[in-house]
Design a protein around this ligand. Structure first.
Ligand SMILES: *Cc1c(COP(=O)(O)O)cnc(C)c1O
Length: 383
Protein backbone atom coordinates (compact mmCIF):
# COMPACT_ATOMS: atom_id res chain seq x y z
CA UNK A 1 0.00 0.00 0.00
CA UNK A 2 1.15 3.55 -0.45
CA UNK A 3 1.35 6.08 2.33
CA UNK A 4 -0.42 8.99 0.70
CA UNK A 5 -2.95 9.58 3.46
CA UNK A 6 -3.11 12.72 5.51
CA UNK A 7 -5.34 14.74 7.75
CA UNK A 8 -5.87 18.44 7.27
CA UNK A 9 -6.12 19.22 10.98
CA UNK A 10 -2.45 18.77 11.73
CA UNK A 11 0.80 17.41 10.36
CA UNK A 12 0.71 14.20 12.36
CA UNK A 13 -1.71 11.31 12.39
CA UNK A 14 -2.19 7.63 13.12
CA UNK A 15 -3.02 5.62 10.02
CA UNK A 16 -4.84 2.33 10.50
CA UNK A 17 -5.07 -0.23 7.71
CA UNK A 18 -8.40 -1.99 8.25
CA UNK A 19 -7.55 -4.56 5.59
CA UNK A 20 -4.67 -5.68 7.84
CA UNK A 21 -7.10 -6.05 10.77
CA UNK A 22 -9.44 -8.12 8.56
CA UNK A 23 -6.57 -10.26 7.37
CA UNK A 24 -5.35 -10.89 10.91
CA UNK A 25 -8.80 -11.73 12.27
CA UNK A 26 -9.51 -14.14 9.41
CA UNK A 27 -6.17 -15.83 9.90
CA UNK A 28 -6.55 -16.11 13.68
CA UNK A 29 -10.19 -17.24 13.47
CA UNK A 30 -9.27 -20.08 11.16
CA UNK A 31 -6.30 -21.02 13.36
CA UNK A 32 -8.36 -21.27 16.56
CA UNK A 33 -11.51 -22.83 15.03
CA UNK A 34 -13.75 -24.43 16.21
CA UNK A 35 -13.17 -22.02 19.12
CA UNK A 36 -14.92 -18.70 18.59
CA UNK A 37 -13.08 -15.43 18.71
CA UNK A 38 -13.61 -12.49 21.06
CA UNK A 39 -11.84 -9.39 19.74
CA UNK A 40 -10.34 -7.35 22.57
CA UNK A 41 -10.80 -3.66 21.76
CA UNK A 42 -10.11 -2.06 25.16
CA UNK A 43 -8.08 1.17 25.35
CA UNK A 44 -9.65 2.44 22.13
CA UNK A 45 -8.70 -0.71 20.28
CA UNK A 46 -5.09 -0.57 21.54
CA UNK A 47 -4.93 2.95 20.15
CA UNK A 48 -6.23 1.94 16.72
CA UNK A 49 -9.82 3.17 17.26
CA UNK A 50 -12.28 0.82 18.97
CA UNK A 51 -15.30 1.31 16.72
CA UNK A 52 -13.66 0.78 13.30
CA UNK A 53 -11.60 -2.13 14.65
CA UNK A 54 -14.66 -3.74 16.26
CA UNK A 55 -16.75 -3.43 13.11
CA UNK A 56 -13.93 -4.83 10.99
CA UNK A 57 -13.23 -7.70 13.38
CA UNK A 58 -16.89 -8.71 13.57
CA UNK A 59 -17.13 -8.67 9.77
CA UNK A 60 -13.96 -10.77 9.49
CA UNK A 61 -15.13 -13.54 11.83
CA UNK A 62 -15.03 -12.44 15.47
CA UNK A 63 -18.30 -13.22 17.28
CA UNK A 64 -17.89 -10.99 20.33
CA UNK A 65 -15.87 -8.11 21.81
CA UNK A 66 -14.16 -7.30 25.09
CA UNK A 67 -13.43 -3.98 26.79
CA UNK A 68 -11.94 -2.84 30.10
CA UNK A 69 -14.44 -0.10 31.00
CA UNK A 70 -18.18 0.44 30.82
CA UNK A 71 -17.65 3.69 28.90
CA UNK A 72 -15.73 1.71 26.28
CA UNK A 73 -18.66 -0.68 25.90
CA UNK A 74 -21.14 2.19 25.67
CA UNK A 75 -19.10 3.79 22.87
CA UNK A 76 -19.47 0.57 20.85
CA UNK A 77 -23.21 0.28 21.57
CA UNK A 78 -23.76 3.94 20.57
CA UNK A 79 -22.03 3.17 17.27
CA UNK A 80 -24.73 0.55 16.67
CA UNK A 81 -22.67 -2.54 17.50
CA UNK A 82 -24.97 -5.28 18.82
CA UNK A 83 -22.51 -8.14 19.32
CA UNK A 84 -21.86 -9.42 22.86
CA UNK A 85 -19.38 -7.19 24.73
CA UNK A 86 -17.61 -8.51 27.83
CA UNK A 87 -16.31 -6.03 30.43
CA UNK A 88 -13.13 -7.71 31.69
CA UNK A 89 -13.21 -6.80 35.41
CA UNK A 90 -15.59 -5.67 38.15
CA UNK A 91 -16.66 -2.04 37.86
CA UNK A 92 -17.53 0.83 40.21
CA UNK A 93 -21.09 0.81 41.55
CA UNK A 94 -21.83 4.04 39.62
CA UNK A 95 -21.30 2.19 36.31
CA UNK A 96 -23.40 -0.89 36.96
CA UNK A 97 -26.82 0.40 35.88
CA UNK A 98 -25.29 1.53 32.58
CA UNK A 99 -23.49 -1.78 32.15
CA UNK A 100 -26.78 -3.65 32.53
CA UNK A 101 -28.94 -1.30 30.49
CA UNK A 102 -26.48 -1.22 27.58
CA UNK A 103 -26.47 -5.00 27.58
CA UNK A 104 -22.76 -5.33 28.33
CA UNK A 105 -21.73 -8.67 29.84
CA UNK A 106 -20.33 -8.30 33.35
CA UNK A 107 -17.33 -10.00 34.90
CA UNK A 108 -17.71 -10.92 38.59
CA UNK A 109 -15.58 -12.50 41.31
CA UNK A 110 -16.75 -10.95 44.60
CA UNK A 111 -19.97 -10.94 46.63
CA UNK A 112 -20.55 -7.14 46.80
CA UNK A 113 -20.21 -6.88 43.05
CA UNK A 114 -22.66 -9.73 42.43
CA UNK A 115 -25.12 -8.16 44.90
CA UNK A 116 -24.89 -4.89 42.97
CA UNK A 117 -25.39 -6.61 39.60
CA UNK A 118 -28.46 -8.43 40.90
CA UNK A 119 -29.92 -5.20 42.33
CA UNK A 120 -29.34 -3.35 39.07
CA UNK A 121 -30.89 -6.10 36.95
CA UNK A 122 -33.93 -6.26 39.26
CA UNK A 123 -34.33 -2.46 39.24
CA UNK A 124 -34.14 -2.41 35.45
CA UNK A 125 -36.38 -5.49 35.23
CA UNK A 126 -33.75 -7.33 33.19
CA UNK A 127 -33.83 -11.12 33.53
CA UNK A 128 -31.04 -13.53 32.68
CA UNK A 129 -28.42 -10.75 32.76
CA UNK A 130 -25.20 -12.45 31.74
CA UNK A 131 -22.29 -12.57 34.15
CA UNK A 132 -18.94 -14.26 33.49
CA UNK A 133 -17.11 -15.67 36.49
CA UNK A 134 -13.42 -14.75 36.52
CA UNK A 135 -11.13 -17.22 38.30
CA UNK A 136 -7.60 -16.24 39.35
CA UNK A 137 -5.33 -19.20 38.72
CA UNK A 138 -2.01 -17.47 39.27
CA UNK A 139 -1.92 -14.03 37.66
CA UNK A 140 -2.87 -12.48 41.01
CA UNK A 141 -4.61 -9.52 39.38
CA UNK A 142 -8.37 -10.05 39.59
CA UNK A 143 -10.59 -13.09 39.98
CA UNK A 144 -11.85 -15.40 42.67
CA UNK A 145 -9.26 -17.81 44.03
CA UNK A 146 -9.59 -21.32 45.25
CA UNK A 147 -11.22 -22.25 47.70
CA UNK A 148 -13.91 -19.57 47.17
CA UNK A 149 -14.69 -20.42 43.54
CA UNK A 150 -17.75 -22.61 44.15
CA UNK A 151 -19.29 -20.16 46.63
CA UNK A 152 -18.99 -17.25 44.22
CA UNK A 153 -20.32 -19.33 41.32
CA UNK A 154 -23.26 -20.46 43.48
CA UNK A 155 -23.99 -16.84 44.39
CA UNK A 156 -24.23 -15.89 40.69
CA UNK A 157 -26.51 -18.88 40.02
CA UNK A 158 -28.65 -17.90 43.02
CA UNK A 159 -29.14 -14.48 41.41
CA UNK A 160 -31.65 -16.03 38.99
CA UNK A 161 -33.94 -14.98 37.44
CA UNK A 162 -32.07 -11.66 37.30
CA UNK A 163 -28.59 -13.06 36.74
CA UNK A 164 -27.26 -15.98 34.73
CA UNK A 165 -23.79 -17.51 34.70
CA UNK A 166 -22.96 -17.06 31.03
CA UNK A 167 -19.28 -17.95 31.15
CA UNK A 168 -16.27 -18.87 33.24
CA UNK A 169 -12.71 -17.81 32.54
CA UNK A 170 -9.16 -17.23 33.63
CA UNK A 171 -6.17 -15.25 32.33
CA UNK A 172 -2.54 -16.29 31.84
CA UNK A 173 0.39 -14.41 33.32
CA UNK A 174 3.14 -15.67 31.00
CA UNK A 175 1.72 -17.43 27.94
CA UNK A 176 4.09 -15.27 25.86
CA UNK A 177 7.16 -16.77 27.54
CA UNK A 178 7.95 -20.07 25.83
CA UNK A 179 10.45 -20.95 28.56
CA UNK A 180 7.80 -20.76 31.27
CA UNK A 181 5.54 -23.62 32.36
CA UNK A 182 3.15 -21.30 34.19
CA UNK A 183 0.40 -21.22 31.54
CA UNK A 184 0.18 -25.02 31.58
CA UNK A 185 0.03 -24.98 35.37
CA UNK A 186 -2.68 -22.31 35.35
CA UNK A 187 -4.67 -24.31 32.81
CA UNK A 188 -4.45 -27.44 34.97
CA UNK A 189 -5.60 -25.49 38.03
CA UNK A 190 -8.47 -24.02 36.01
CA UNK A 191 -9.56 -27.44 34.75
CA UNK A 192 -9.58 -28.81 38.31
CA UNK A 193 -11.84 -25.93 39.35
CA UNK A 194 -14.15 -26.51 36.37
CA UNK A 195 -14.45 -30.13 37.52
CA UNK A 196 -15.28 -28.96 41.02
CA UNK A 197 -18.01 -26.67 39.65
CA UNK A 198 -19.32 -29.51 37.49
CA UNK A 199 -19.52 -31.79 40.53
CA UNK A 200 -21.49 -29.08 42.33
CA UNK A 201 -23.98 -29.18 39.44
CA UNK A 202 -23.12 -25.72 38.17
CA UNK A 203 -23.37 -25.01 34.45
CA UNK A 204 -20.27 -22.86 33.89
CA UNK A 205 -21.44 -21.53 30.52
CA UNK A 206 -18.92 -20.50 27.88
CA UNK A 207 -15.34 -21.31 28.87
CA UNK A 208 -12.41 -19.14 27.81
CA UNK A 209 -8.77 -18.83 28.84
CA UNK A 210 -6.54 -17.82 25.94
CA UNK A 211 -5.14 -14.38 25.16
CA UNK A 212 -3.22 -13.83 21.90
CA UNK A 213 -0.10 -15.65 23.00
CA UNK A 214 -1.93 -18.71 24.34
CA UNK A 215 -4.18 -18.80 21.26
CA UNK A 216 -1.07 -18.98 19.09
CA UNK A 217 1.14 -21.39 21.02
CA UNK A 218 -1.01 -23.33 23.51
CA UNK A 219 -3.70 -25.12 21.48
CA UNK A 220 -5.09 -26.80 24.62
CA UNK A 221 -6.07 -23.38 25.93
CA UNK A 222 -8.45 -22.67 23.03
CA UNK A 223 -11.71 -23.59 24.70
CA UNK A 224 -15.15 -22.34 23.57
CA UNK A 225 -13.79 -18.85 22.90
CA UNK A 226 -10.38 -17.14 22.72
CA UNK A 227 -9.83 -13.52 23.75
CA UNK A 228 -7.46 -12.02 21.21
CA UNK A 229 -6.14 -8.49 21.47
CA UNK A 230 -2.62 -7.64 20.34
CA UNK A 231 -2.46 -10.18 17.49
CA UNK A 232 -5.50 -8.63 15.78
CA UNK A 233 -3.45 -5.49 15.38
CA UNK A 234 -0.58 -7.44 13.83
CA UNK A 235 1.72 -6.86 16.78
CA UNK A 236 3.76 -9.72 18.25
CA UNK A 237 2.96 -10.38 21.96
CA UNK A 238 6.65 -11.01 22.77
CA UNK A 239 9.93 -11.79 21.05
CA UNK A 240 9.36 -15.50 21.77
CA UNK A 241 6.34 -15.44 19.45
CA UNK A 242 7.87 -13.78 16.39
CA UNK A 243 7.81 -17.09 14.52
CA UNK A 244 4.10 -17.63 15.30
CA UNK A 245 3.17 -14.16 14.04
CA UNK A 246 4.94 -14.09 10.68
CA UNK A 247 1.69 -14.06 8.71
CA UNK A 248 0.12 -11.23 10.70
CA UNK A 249 0.18 -7.74 9.18
CA UNK A 250 0.81 -4.64 11.32
CA UNK A 251 -2.18 -2.30 10.98
CA UNK A 252 -0.87 0.91 12.50
CA UNK A 253 1.42 3.57 11.09
CA UNK A 254 2.43 6.82 12.78
CA UNK A 255 3.12 9.59 10.32
CA UNK A 256 4.07 13.23 10.36
CA UNK A 257 5.77 15.81 8.14
CA UNK A 258 8.90 17.89 8.35
CA UNK A 259 7.71 21.31 9.56
CA UNK A 260 11.04 23.18 9.68
CA UNK A 261 14.63 22.65 8.57
CA UNK A 262 17.82 24.44 9.64
CA UNK A 263 21.58 24.11 9.28
CA UNK A 264 23.44 23.93 12.57
CA UNK A 265 27.12 24.05 13.37
CA UNK A 266 29.26 21.39 15.02
CA UNK A 267 29.05 21.72 18.80
CA UNK A 268 25.57 23.25 18.90
CA UNK A 269 23.02 21.60 21.20
CA UNK A 270 19.55 20.43 20.19
CA UNK A 271 16.36 20.57 22.30
CA UNK A 272 15.89 21.16 26.05
CA UNK A 273 19.02 20.65 28.09
CA UNK A 274 21.14 20.32 24.93
CA UNK A 275 21.62 16.61 25.67
CA UNK A 276 22.55 16.15 22.02
CA UNK A 277 25.44 18.09 20.58
CA UNK A 278 26.03 17.98 16.85
CA UNK A 279 29.36 16.30 16.11
CA UNK A 280 29.66 18.00 12.73
CA UNK A 281 27.91 20.71 10.79
CA UNK A 282 24.56 19.14 9.93
CA UNK A 283 20.90 19.72 9.14
CA UNK A 284 18.23 19.39 11.81
CA UNK A 285 14.61 18.77 10.80
CA UNK A 286 11.74 19.53 13.17
CA UNK A 287 8.71 17.22 13.23
CA UNK A 288 5.47 18.43 14.85
CA UNK A 289 4.73 15.46 17.11
CA UNK A 290 5.79 15.10 20.73
CA UNK A 291 5.33 13.39 24.04
CA UNK A 292 1.82 14.79 24.41
CA UNK A 293 1.03 12.60 21.40
CA UNK A 294 2.60 9.55 23.02
CA UNK A 295 6.11 9.65 21.55
CA UNK A 296 8.34 8.92 24.55
CA UNK A 297 10.36 11.93 25.72
CA UNK A 298 13.47 9.73 25.84
CA UNK A 299 12.96 8.25 22.33
CA UNK A 300 16.00 9.99 20.86
CA UNK A 301 18.24 9.13 23.77
CA UNK A 302 17.09 5.49 23.42
CA UNK A 303 18.12 5.34 19.76
CA UNK A 304 14.69 5.51 18.12
CA UNK A 305 14.82 6.49 14.45
CA UNK A 306 12.32 7.80 11.89
CA UNK A 307 12.01 7.36 8.14
CA UNK A 308 12.29 10.28 5.72
CA UNK A 309 12.78 9.71 1.99
CA UNK A 310 12.89 5.98 2.65
CA UNK A 311 15.95 6.31 4.88
CA UNK A 312 16.49 6.02 8.64
CA UNK A 313 17.44 9.12 10.61
CA UNK A 314 17.92 9.47 14.38
CA UNK A 315 15.66 11.47 16.67
CA UNK A 316 18.09 13.75 18.54
CA UNK A 317 17.81 15.52 21.88
CA UNK A 318 14.78 15.05 24.10
CA UNK A 319 11.36 14.88 22.48
CA UNK A 320 9.43 17.97 23.53
CA UNK A 321 5.71 18.11 24.27
CA UNK A 322 4.61 18.89 20.71
CA UNK A 323 7.69 18.61 18.52
CA UNK A 324 10.84 16.57 18.05
CA UNK A 325 14.08 17.00 16.13
CA UNK A 326 15.81 14.69 13.69
CA UNK A 327 19.42 14.86 12.50
CA UNK A 328 19.08 14.43 8.74
CA UNK A 329 22.75 15.09 7.91
CA UNK A 330 23.17 16.21 4.32
CA UNK A 331 20.34 14.13 2.92
CA UNK A 332 18.46 17.06 1.39
CA UNK A 333 15.29 16.83 3.48
CA UNK A 334 12.73 19.61 2.88
CA UNK A 335 9.77 21.07 4.71
CA UNK A 336 6.70 18.98 3.93
CA UNK A 337 8.53 15.67 3.48
CA UNK A 338 6.69 12.73 5.02
CA UNK A 339 8.12 11.37 8.30
CA UNK A 340 7.23 7.81 9.33
CA UNK A 341 7.73 7.04 13.03
CA UNK A 342 6.01 3.64 12.87
CA UNK A 343 5.35 1.78 9.64
CA UNK A 344 6.82 1.46 6.17
CA UNK A 345 8.28 4.00 3.79
CA UNK A 346 10.01 2.91 0.61
CA UNK A 347 11.88 -0.30 1.39
CA UNK A 348 12.33 0.53 5.06
CA UNK A 349 10.01 -0.30 7.94
CA UNK A 350 10.00 0.66 11.61
CA UNK A 351 8.03 -1.86 13.61
CA UNK A 352 6.22 -1.12 16.86
CA UNK A 353 8.05 -4.03 18.47
CA UNK A 354 11.47 -2.52 17.64
CA UNK A 355 10.55 0.89 19.03
CA UNK A 356 9.25 -0.86 22.15
CA UNK A 357 12.48 -2.81 22.63
CA UNK A 358 14.57 0.36 22.38
CA UNK A 359 12.32 2.00 24.97
CA UNK A 360 12.46 -1.00 27.29
CA UNK A 361 8.76 -1.79 26.96
CA UNK A 362 6.35 -3.84 24.83
CA UNK A 363 4.42 -3.03 21.66
CA UNK A 364 1.18 -2.86 23.65
CA UNK A 365 2.38 0.21 25.55
CA UNK A 366 3.70 2.01 22.48
CA UNK A 367 0.37 1.86 20.62
CA UNK A 368 -1.81 2.48 23.70
CA UNK A 369 0.24 5.61 24.45
CA UNK A 370 -0.72 7.30 21.16
CA UNK A 371 -2.98 10.03 22.47
CA UNK A 372 -6.46 11.08 21.38
CA UNK A 373 -4.88 14.31 20.07
CA UNK A 374 -3.62 12.40 17.03
CA UNK A 375 -6.29 12.06 14.34
CA UNK A 376 -6.95 8.45 13.27
CA UNK A 377 -7.10 8.02 9.51
CA UNK A 378 -8.49 4.75 8.13
CA UNK A 379 -7.35 3.15 4.93
CA UNK A 380 -8.20 -0.14 3.29
CA UNK A 381 -4.80 -1.16 2.01
CA UNK A 382 -5.72 -4.35 0.15
CA UNK A 383 -2.59 -5.81 -1.33
C1 LIG B 1 -6.20 -7.50 27.54
C2 LIG B 1 -6.71 -8.83 27.84
C3 LIG B 1 -6.74 -9.82 26.83
C4 LIG B 1 -6.06 -9.65 25.49
O1 LIG B 1 -4.67 -9.88 25.63
P1 LIG B 1 -3.70 -9.88 24.36
O2 LIG B 1 -2.39 -10.27 24.91
O3 LIG B 1 -3.72 -8.47 23.85
O4 LIG B 1 -4.27 -10.83 23.38
C5 LIG B 1 -7.37 -11.01 27.12
N1 LIG B 1 -7.93 -11.22 28.34
C6 LIG B 1 -7.89 -10.32 29.33
C7 LIG B 1 -8.51 -10.63 30.64
C8 LIG B 1 -7.27 -9.09 29.12
O5 LIG B 1 -7.21 -8.20 30.12
Amino acid sequence: MNGSTSDTRRWAHVEVDLAAISHNVELLASKVAPAQMMAVVKADGYGHGAVPVARTALRAGAQSLAVALVQEGIELRRAGIEAPILVLSEQPESQIADMVSYGLTATAYSLPSIDALERAARNLDVTGYEVHLKIDTGMNRVGVRSPDVSDIAQRIVAGAPWLSLGGTYTHFAAADDLGSTSAGEQLAAFDALLDELGRAGIDVGTVHTANSAASLVLPGSRRDVVRIGIAIYGITPSSDLVGSCEDLRPALSLKSRVSHVKDVRAGEGVSYGAHYRCATDTTIATVPIGYADGVARRAGLAGVQVLIDGRRHPIVGVVTMDQLMVDVGSSGVSVGDEVVLIGAQGDECIRVENVATLLGTIGYEVVCSLSARLPRVYVDGET
